[in-house]
Design a binder for this molecule. Structure first.
Ligand SMILES: CCCCCCCC/C=C\CCCCCCCC(=O)SCCNC(=O)CCNC(=O)[C@H](O)C(C)(C)COP(=O)(O)OP(=O)(O)OC[C@H]1O[C@@H](n2cnc3c(N)ncnc32)[C@H](O)[C@@H]1OP(=O)(O)O
Length: 190
């Protein structure tokens, strides 16, 4: 297959003036395996049929995540479903934002570029970073490589996360589940 285009993007990123993302003093050190942020999370939790993603804090404020594509993740025969790939990137990007900035945030916008097919049986190595902060708006981007950290780029994504107060989750979510969530060791607990 010919080399995929380096970029199919024409719009600047981040799309607004931002400040450099200063990692939180309690951000995990490089080499730290990142904890499951919520055991019922479809992305990283121990959920049947979930993505079971695992992430590690890397050097230079990069977060490395792996998504092992199984038969349960198919769209076309033998190939990963694009929506599930977007989900994997939502998780990887959210993990970068949550762990580096330690600010509760939700995905406001998520865009993906699918550059190469991702086969069942492959592992996508996703590297995510926070690109900039503008008040509550937290911009992050990621790329996913096939089979190895230096494999071919198959997917790129970028996202806007919006910082929210914990009332976001109590108002719109399940307060009992949130109570359980906040009892998770090392969780963000303002
Ligand atoms: C998740 C737990 C986190 C807890 C912390 C643990 C961390 C642990 C570590 C890590 C693991 C995390 C891994 C998880 C990964 C998965 C995350 C998800 O799946 S999140 C679920 C999907 N997303 C939603 O359900 C949002 C639904 N939307 C909303 O609730 C609202 O629309 C919200 C909060 C996003 C914004 O609403 P407003 O009323 O608070 O604020 P307004 O004024 O509308 O927006 C604020 C600014 O953002 C811009 N904005 C908002 N959405 C935008 C968009 N789509 N495009 C462009 N700009 C947008 C606006 O234009 C505004 O900008 P201007 O301040 O005026 O400059």
């Amino acid at each position: 297959m010919s080399e995929a285009p380096r970029s199919r993007r024409s719009t600047p990123w981040p799309p607004v003036d931002t400040e450099s993302p200063a990692p939180h003093p309690d951000a995990p050190r490089p080499g730290t395996k990142l904890a499951v942020h919520y055991d019922q999370c479809f992305g990283c939790g121990d959920v049947e049929g979930g993505l079971h993603m695992r992430s590690t804090m890397g050097e230079h404020a990069l977060v490395h995540s792996q998504f092992a594509v199984t038969e349960a993740h198919q769209g076309a025969p033998g190939l990963a479903h694009g929506g599930l790939l977007a989900c994997a990137f939502d998780e990887a990007l959210g993990s970068a934002v949550g762990n580096l900035l330690r600010r509760p945030a939700v995905t406001g916008k998520l865009e993906t570029d699918f550059l190469r097919p991702v086969p069942v049986g492959s592992t996508l190595f996703i590297t995510a970073k926070v690109d900039g902060v503008a008040g509550r708006k937290l911009y992050a981007s990621a790329e996913g490589r096939l089979g190895a950290e230096d494999g071919s780029v198959a997917v790129r994504a970028r996202a806007l996360f919006v910082e929210v107060g914990f009332e976001h989750f109590t108002t719109h979510g399940d307060p009992d589940a949130l109570t359980k969530f906040r009892q998770t060791p090392d969780q963000i607990n303002p």
